[in-house]
Design a protein around this ligand. Sequence first.
Ligand code: SF4
Length: 395
Amino acid sequence: MLRQTVFGIYIHIPFCIQRCHYCDFATYAKDQIAPNTDYVDHLIQEARMRRSLIPYKKVDSVYFGGGTPSLLPAEEIGRILSALQDLDFEFTNNCEITLEVNPATLDSQKSKLLKSFGVNRLSVGSQTFDDELLKACNREHNSEHTLQTLSLIADDFDNYSLDLLFSLPKQNMPGLAKDLEVVKKVSPPHVSAYCLTLPNKHPMNEGRCSEEEQIEMFDVIKMELKSLGLDRYEISNFSRPGRASVHNSIYWTDHSYWGLGLSAHSYLNKPDWGHRFWNPSSYETYLSMVKALKDASSIVESYPKGSWEKLSREASLTDFCHTHLRLQSGLQRNSLRQKFGATDGEEVERRARDLEQEGLLIDSGQGWSLTERGVLLSNRVFAKLLFSSDAIDRG
Ligand code: SF4
């Protein structure tokens, strides 16, 4: 259970060994830009310059995402965590500190060092255990590397997540079943399972299964993970009790987070209806931005023009409905009315009733959640719960 006021920090580490063919994250292969401490210096400088504009002290989650954060030396991760604490951020007793790890980028010594610096959760980019498919994706590791990594982290981390990617080119149901056999043997406390999404003309679309088969695949994944004791708490995320991701739950429950580093996005739920802001996604532009940071009177002012937006009431209401509905716990009437009042509460109620009639939402009495059909047709649900498309002030 999250405490009342909750705040998370996201840290983007934009380095990878090589680029996976399907990736659209802001990251660089090491032959373009090698992992380096100069980037970490800039990231810490960004934190120093903007710290006084962030109205939080207690931190419930720190998430190192990327990219491949495990490519950085563990000492650099420790340096970032110390810098945040030196800046008067206080990590709560249960603060979740997650680091994304790619197989074959971690050894036992590094795993122990990360733990000693406070990292208490790893997210392992396994994707599939089929070596041919890993090669087709241009992943740098094979299934053996993944198993070795999972085995070595088991000594230090009982809290970790495993990523599973399905509907890969030429992947079929027996292939998926093999992946799930391995997942069963490993029996992780958390799994994120995503259907590969690609732009229409992407070459990796060739040989992929039909939409119907994708739905079948996801049904099998849900069933097998359930048999492992992993509950689905979000559209694509499954966990044992008490192992849901605190960090991602912050995103889905209207709590504030601050993103540091290249392309990192932030959201503060106050003042007014909240603000979103984000850093440049090109490496050189990010470094120049940090060098040029000056004292500012508000957080959004410290971001380049065009890199922030102030949410209108309608935009905030839309986000609130959409993010909460991703969760199994759904959109609760009380929290909705508490934030937006009775009139908006009734408007949501009216639209939700229509969606219930279409079999897309179910009302528990406390609020609504997506039905299985609603998950498949979530775009229809989200379109119905769109309260504004233009009522946003942009910076
Ligand atoms: S490892 Fe992850 S971030 Fe890096 S290129 Fe592959 S998918 Fe993208």
